[in-house]
Write a protein that binds this ligand. Structure first.
Ligand SMILES: CC(C)(COP(=O)(O)OP(=O)(O)OC[C@H]1O[C@@H](n2cnc3c(N)ncnc32)[C@H](O)[C@@H]1OP(=O)(O)O)[C@@H](O)C(=O)NCCC(=O)NCCS
Length: 202
């Protein structure tokens, strides 16, 4: 079980990093999530990220706007350290990114987003302005859902199964089933997997 050992080592390596991120930056990153989520300059404090997420580089999660309704959008009106105001009154919107989410290169998640569902895929360069449902594939600026990874009964059953919460032993020992949705559904889901039509729904 060399693979399992390798994952264990990495998990151990990043355990302290995850703790530091939570403690000092208020960013929660679940086990096995990796990549651009560990970039404190790009990920807003208050962001929660589930397990097994893949973040490409340059992904940005933004939680606040400057306020265009004031006379100036300059931060002297909201950054206390600039010495003018005592409090930052802006609305902060935190986003919860589910499990098994893949976010492509340079995607931007704006403060209007509160949730990216389990299993979602965000295309490279997307500008996400709305919540993304579980297992949706969203692309473009503004991002639109173009298709889903699986049919709805399979999605519902995957969400119920919550494989990401299984023991690492169960996940990694069954890696071959993860390669084959047909086998996975036979062994672990209540529904039969049907390949959905590979057509965009825009
Ligand atoms: C989102 C993504 C996974 C979709 O891949 P796919 O399912 O193979 O989709 P397709 O290539 O069949 O494209 C479907 C449609 O979406 C469009 N599209 C795909 N990705 C897009 C993107 N990132 N931005 C805008 N439009 C995109 C295609 O042009 C196509 O449009 P059409 O139906 O009008 O012809 C992929 O395009 C992507 O962006 N991957 C991210 C890659 C990356 O950042 N990797 C970093 C390393 S982790």
């Amino acid at each position: 079980m060399r693979l399992l050992k390798k994952f264990r080592k990495n998990e151990l390596d990043t355990f302290y990093l995850r703790k530091l991120f939570k403690q000092f930056y208020d960013i929660e990153i679940g086990p096995y999530s990796y990549g651009g989520c560990f970039d404190v300059y790009n990920i807003a404090p208050g962001t929660k990220i589930g397990k097994f997420c893949s973040f490409a580089s340059g992904v940005m999660v933004i939680s606040t706007n400057h306020d265009p309704t004031k006379i100036t959008t300059h931060p002297f009106l909201f950054k206390p350290y600039l010495g003018v105001v005592k409090e930052d009154f802006r609305v902060v919107r935190n986003v919860h990114i589910g499990n098994d989410v893949w976010i492509g290169q340079n995607a931007i998640i704006l403060p209007s987003v509160s949730s990216i569902g389990d299993g979602a895929v965000i295309g490279a360069g997307a500008v996400v302005t709305k919540d993304v449902p579980p297992y949706a594939i969203a692309v473009g600026a503004p991002a639109r859902v173009i298709k889903y990874r699986f049919d709805q009964p399979t999605i519902d059953n995957l969400l119920e199964t919550k494989w990401w919460d299984w023991s690492e032993k169960k996940i990694f020992e069954n890696w071959q089933d993860f390669l084959d949705p047909g086998k996975f559904s036979k062994h672990f889901l209540k529904v039969n997997y049907h390949e959905i039509e590979k057509k965009s729904i825009r």
